[in-house]
Write a protein that binds this ligand. Structure first.
Ligand code: CMP
Length: 141
């Protein structure tokens, strides 16, 4: 079925100037960008976005990294978009990411891992609403 998922190009990938290359991976993979914005997350925005991780030992480092520079946040739409995006990204730890995935090609560590993608339909719904109003999403006909 046609799904939507929330994707973030993280500060490391923005700094490397590979936003376009990452967008090409999405488009060549059959996903359409139906909403997008560049923003520099505040501490509050990053903490709220990653609230489910707040008890994890890496939470403070994660928030510090995600607020260290601008990100690009987008909604991807397509057949099975949630899993398709996760397949395109590769494993969270780039050392474990399969060759040809975004993280294998652009990420340098588990924190600076180039991209975020929603991990379930429930997360996708929450994460999309966290960053976008309904009228900021432009579905493809
Ligand atoms: P992301 O998909 O953005 O969701 C949470 C992030 O926490 C994850 O990508 C990683 O960049 C980061 N992280 C750091 N350490 C870990 C860890 N041990 N397990 C999972 N995620 C981690």
């Amino acid at each position: 079925s046609i799904e939507r998922t929330l994707s973030i190009v993280k500060p490391d990938a923005v700094a490397k100037n590979v936003i376009g290359e990452i967008y090409s991976r999405f488009e060549k993979g059959g996903l359409s960008i139906v909403a997008a914005k560049m923003m520099h997350l505040t501490q509050e925005q990053a903490e709220g976005f990653y609230a489910e991780h707040k008890e994890r030992p890496f939470f403070a480092d994660l928030v510090a990294f995600m607020t260290s520079g601008p990100v690009v946040v987008q909604v991807l739409e397509g057949e099975g978009a949630i899993k398709k995006n996760r397949d395109l990204m590769g494993a969270t730890n780039p050392k474990e990411a399969e060759a040809g995935t975004i993280r294998a090609d652009f990420a340098s560590s588990i924190d600076a891992n180039a991209v975020h993608g929603s991990d379930s339909a429930e997360s996708a719904e929450r994460e999309i609403a966290y960053f976008f109003n309904d009228n900021e999403i432009c579905p493809r006909g």
